[in-house]
Design a protein around this ligand. Structure first.
Ligand code: LLP
Length: 428
């Protein structure tokens, strides 16, 4: 067994010793900010690869495929990096499919297509390119898939995304596995649908899939959900419908608060729960991690514009905003904020806010931070997942640039948008 030492679980953004400057690997964050400006996303490619390795290691005894959830961070360079290490992809739109084709066309046979609202055009493109499997979310979608497959004369491999009706403790906006949610097909209806399609010329009952939610910290609900679908797979096998894949979805959480988080141990527990639940299933296990692979590899670097005090409160106004990283505003999410250059001085409770004209435009409230001054830089940690991917141009703010650091070398993987980029698609 390959041992992962505790040091390899550490966050990639750290202070170089000696010195008080934040680095990503050997690369100085201040130097990157000088070169590319702020706000700036910085990712450690090394950590992304390490996290993929943890997954591979934890599931090494089983025929499996890690299909990275593109929605977490769809940067082409990151997709290419992961595809090069053998990963497949979980996509939820035609746009994400085009990203896979643009960055790693050879990986298209390792793509699963999820999502509640696939259009005929998206289905056609996915059939044409030969993806691995459609994760079908409703009977209506299955009918559409059959019709498109017939038209294109290509047999469609599908998995029903069933709703296992398992509760997982997480933010209500990112919980998906209960009957009241819009996702999936009631697991009790699934057997009949598989039986019905078993004779279809254009549909191949290829697998069964589930996804119970995101940022789930306990292994137990994953085990419970997979157990339900593997029981169903066994039942179907008994009827002569042998499914080739069980897709356990994504959702494995991270710790946004503690530096002591042991990611390798976390994924081992997760793998053990899934292994146990799979029983004797002999097909291929698919996994769709997003956040776990990329969140802690990324930081959003921002410059301090002003420090203002209204007597009662102190506000640190930075040049990044909710349009760059919406997680605090949308999910009350916590991101650690660290100075790029450490300063001495007593920590004080401040609000870290952006320039957007909304009260919800904050990154932290009453956070104890060492003194900051205009011109200083700060890094918002664990911002690699659902950061840039959920960014917008709100307040006509061009989106941030992105840098990828690999083996001590940094390269720009997305240039900062310009106002000309934004205006180019409009007319008066
Ligand atoms: N598979 C499916 C079908 C999904 O819907 C998702 C995420 C994933 C996989 C990946 O889940 P992960 O491993 O990243 O938890 N924007 C929110 C998270 C939304 C998750 C949506 N679905 C956030 O920033 O917390």
């Amino acid at each position: 067994m390959r041992k992962i030492s505790p040091a390899r679980n550490s966050r990639p953004f750290d202070y170089a010793q000696p010195g008080d400057r934040l680095h990503c690997g050997k690369v100085s964050i201040a130097a990157l900010a000088r070169r590319h400006g702020t706000p700036l996303y910085v990712y450690s490619g090394d950590q992304i690869v390490e996290r993929l390795g943890m997954f591979e290691n934890a599931f090494r005894g089983r025929n499996h495929l890690v299909c990275y959830a593109v929605k977490a961070n769809s940067a082409l360079a990151i997709l290419k990096l992961l595809a090069g290490r053998g990963a497949g992809f979980d996509i939820v739109s035609g746009g994400e499919l085009e990203r896979v084709l643009a960055s790693a066309p050879e990986a298209v046979g390792r793509v699963v297509f999820s999502g509640v609202g696939k259009t005929a055009a998206e289905i056609d493109r996915a059939l044409e390119t030969g993806i691995l499997q459609f994760n079908v979310e409703s009977e209506a979608e299955l009918e559409l898939l059959a019709a498109r497959a017939r038209r294109m004369k290509r047999r469609a491999r599908f998995a029903l995304r069933v709703n296992p009706d398992v509760f997982a403790e997480t933010h209500p906006y990112i919980s998906t596995g209960l009957r009241e949610h819009k996702f999936g097909i009631d697991i009790r209806r699934a057997p009949e649908i598989y039986r019905r399609t078993a004779r279809s010329k254009w549909l191949e009952a290829h697998g069964i899939s589930l996804h119970i939610g995101s940022q789930i910290r306990s292994a137990q609900p994953f085990g419970a959900a997979v157990e339900r679908v593997s029981r169903l797979a066994r039942q179907l096998a008994g009827e002569g419908i042998a499914l080739k894949t069980i897709d356990a979805g994504g959702g494995l959480g991270i710790d946004y608060h503690s530096r002591a988080f042991d990611a390798a141990e976390h994924v081992r527990e997760y793998a053990a729960a899934i292994e146990k639940a799979l029983g004797g299933f002999e097909g291929r296990l698919l996994l769709e991690p997003g956040r776990f692979l990329v969140a802690q590899a990324g930081a959003l670097v921002a410059g301090v514009l002003h420090v203002k005090s209204n007597g009662k409160k102190t506000f640190v106004v930075v040049d990044a905003a909710m349009n760059d990283l919406i997680r605090p505003a949308l999910y009350q999410a916590h991101h650690e904020i660290v100075p790029v250059r450490r300063r001495s001085g007593r920590a004080r409770a401040v609000d870290v806010v952006g320039p957007v004209c909304e009260t919800g435009d904050f990154f932290a409230r009453d956070r104890k931070l060492a003194p900051l001054e205009p011109g200083d830089l700060v890094a918002l940690l664990d911002a690699g997942a659902y950061g840039m991917a959920q960014s917008s141009n709100y307040n006509s703010r061009p989106r941030a640039a992105e840098v990828l650091v690999e083996s001590g070398k940094a390269r720009l993987i997305r240039r900062r948008e310009t106002m000309a980029d934004l205006l180019a698609v409009e007319s008066t």
